[in-house]
Structures are given as C-alpha cells and as structure tokens.
Design a binder for this molecule. Structure first.
Ligand SMILES: N[C@@H](CCC(=O)N[C@@H](CS)C(=O)NCC(=O)O)C(=O)O
Length: 213
C-alpha cells in the first residue's frame, strides 16, 4: 500500500498511527502541501478533494478521507480495534473524533487560511489567533467528553478518538495553544506517545520532515 502523506498534516498523522498500530506495511509518498503538490492535475486525478491522506491499495484502488480510511482499515484488519464495536463506546469515540475532524480541522485547513489571507488580507498573527480560537473551543468540548479514569479517551488502549486528539495537539503546540488549559487531553496525548507505533507516525519522524527532528 502507498500512503500519500505530508509530515505536518494531522489527518495524515491519524492514518499513519492507525496503520502502524495495526502493523501494516506501507510506503509513504510525500505530498508537499506548502509547494501546492495537492493541487496538481496528477494529484487531483487521484484525489479530487485536493488533500492528504490518500491511501492507494495494492490493486490501485484509492481511498480518501482519514476517518473513512481508518474505518476501512478497521474492517479489513480488525486488530487492534480502533473503532469500538460496542454501540455506546463507538458513539463516544466517534463523537470525539468528529469534534476534531469536523469541528476543528476544517476551519483551520491550509486552504482556509490561504483564503483568509488572499481575500481579506488577514495578517499572520490574526490567522494564528483564528486557529487558536477554534482549537481551544474544540478542546474545551473534548475535555468534557473524555473519561476521567482511563489512560485513553475511552479505555486502556488508543482508539480513533485518541489518534485524532494526539495529532491535533501536535498542531496546537505548533501554533502556541496553551495546553495547560486542557490537562486531560494533554495526558492522553502523552500516553499515546508512549506507544512506539504512534511515535513512528509523529510528524518529526517522517522522511519529508523539514527542519525538525
Ligand atoms: N477531511 C479530510 C481533510 C483532508 C485535508 O484537507 N488534509 C489537509 C492536511 S491536514 C490538506 O491536505 N490540506 C491541503 C489544503 O488545504 O490545500 C480528511 O480527514 O482526510
């Protein structure tokens, strides 16, 4: 399998971590988002939504949307389970994953920030304040949703919710969110990073990482 990925992309980070936890072997195809590689005709032919991750299966089938990719992986390689089978646990895990993936990430995406800058002359510090606002709002919600008693959002092992949390917190730290405000999810991210499979998915461990170790 080939995973089209960008090192700092949080959506790619989620899928890299999921694939690593399942012990899958795959090649990374680096897509340089800052150079606009996602907008080239070759890339768009693959993934018309102009983003990463994109997963290419062995037979050439292409899957897009990080959460849909994780659902597919969980269906084909069920162990370890990343989406709980129990309906209530599943609803709780997906609610956290969706808060990151649907409420925080889309309004802070590269293309959104580019529109703010080009249409409204938004300054870099204003863009940063925008991103921090949406991350803090989403994190405050998730703080209320995660368990007080377990190591991860809903249990003793990371699931799809934790993968979304750890990836989004990477981004939050990059942009200067005060994570002291969110102790429960900070602890979850630290617990995630005790797992070598998740560390291997960390942006700084990627071949295309620039200026970071
Ligand atoms: N909802 C999609 C979002 C994919 C996406 O837009 N990823 C970002 C990187 S985290 C991207 O490729 N952005 C490129 C751009 O905005 O131009 C998913 O979860 O896979």
């Amino acid at each position: 399998m080939k995973l089209h990925s960008y090192w700092q992309s949080t959506t790619s980070y989620r899928v890299r971590a999921a694939m690593n936890l399942k012990g899958l072997s795959y090649d990374i195809v680096a897509v340089d988002l800052l150079a606009g590689a996602q907008n080239t005709p070759e890339f768009l032919a693959h993934n018309p939504s102009a983003g990463v991750p994109t997963l290419e299966l062995g037979d050439g089938t292409v899957l897009v949307q990080s959460l849909a990719i994780i659902e597919y992986l969980d269906a084909i390689w069920p162990e370890p389970r990343l989406i709980p089978r129990d309906p209530l646990e599943q609803a709780r895990a997906m609610a956290i994953a969706y808060t990151v993936a649907l409420d925080i990430h889309p309004v802070n995406n590269l293309r959104v920030m580019a529109q703010l800058e080009s249409r409204f002359n938004t300054r870099p510090d204003q863009c940063q304040a925008w991103m921090i606002h949406w991350m803090c709002q989403g994190f405050a919600t998730i703080e209320q949703m995660v368990s007080d008693t377990t190591e991860f959002a809903g249990g003793a092992a990371p699931n799809i919710a934790d993968l979304c949390i750890v990836a989004q917190i990477y981004n939050a730290q990059r942009w200067g969110v005060d994570m002291a405000l969110f102790p429960k999810i900070t602890r979850i991210a630290e617990n995630c990073l005790a797992w070598p499979q998740i560390v291997a998915a960390h942006p700084h461990k990627q071949q295309d990482a620039k200026g970071a170790k």
